[in-house]
Design a protein around this ligand. Sequence first.
Ligand code: NAD
Length: 297
Amino acid sequence: MPASIIDGKMIAAKVHEENAEEVAALARDYNVQPGLAVVLVGDDPASRVYVNMKVRKCKELGIYSEKHVLEKTASMDEVLALVDQLNNDTRINGILVQSPPPPQIDEDAVVAAINPAKDVDCFHAENVGKMLIGKQDGFVPCTPYGIMKLLERSGIDPSGKHAVVIGRSNIVGKPMMALLVQKAKGANATVTCVHSRTKNLAELTRQADILIAAIGKPEFVTADMVKKGAVVVDVGINRVDDPNGRDNYQLVGDVKFDEVAAKASMITPVPGGVGPMTIAMLMHNTIKACKLQNGIG
Ligand code: NAD
């Protein structure tokens, strides 16, 4: 039997409904409105699309938002001055600097300059540390957080299961491992991380009850790398040339969907799987930031 599809669009829509209810309750009960500032340095077309999607979603939910666009030649001083201004702006609860910035910008230094209380992306070392030790008063990075929610709301309990994460980036692979291994409800998995230097990669992925692919290589995961009945989560978003596609390309994931879907028990599609959850969790984090900053429990 082919895998059932984990419908990220539908689950994200439900999370957005809950987000909108929370925003309405904050206005009604506390007279506060969450605020998110999105900073774009340069004119990368994909980044522009992501930034606009985030601002649009804020508007839909009733979250105050600001979009700051700096020239692609902007200096570190300009970016840091803007971050400092936003750190001190009480209308703004969350700050996001869209990645990747142009090469003259030291992304680590920019992230370090963001007030950790406003670091809704959870890239700041303080929040990464809190996540790792399981503290609840920081943030959880949006993409891995969205995947945990997808699992939870699809009735998949990772407890005691072998989860294999392909990829070890700071924004997806590493935090994904950290969340799955937590001693906490909805986690408690046995976790293996495989990456570009792993020798017996397919041997390890074939042991996965839950396989999470975050590599950035189109259709890297093939059916022979997957155990029958596994749950497969595809984080990848890759543009591949396609003369029949809109703008001559189509989006594919890191998983060869058709053949893996024939073997897995559940699978996320691309698009419409992990992607919509990332933005849902960003909104959730912005609301949480607002509550924490206003002492609302
Ligand atoms: P990255 O390039 O920072 O990291 C890729 C990781 O894959 C690295 O750790 C590397 O070790 C590993 N890798 C690369 N080649 C490999 C190979 N041949 N074998 C095994 N491992 C290999 O990428 P990232 O930021 O983690 O993103 C991964 C993918 O997820 C990209 O396609 C990206 O666009 C997508 N992404 C999607 C969302 C979303 O919201 N859906 C969010 C973030 C990233």
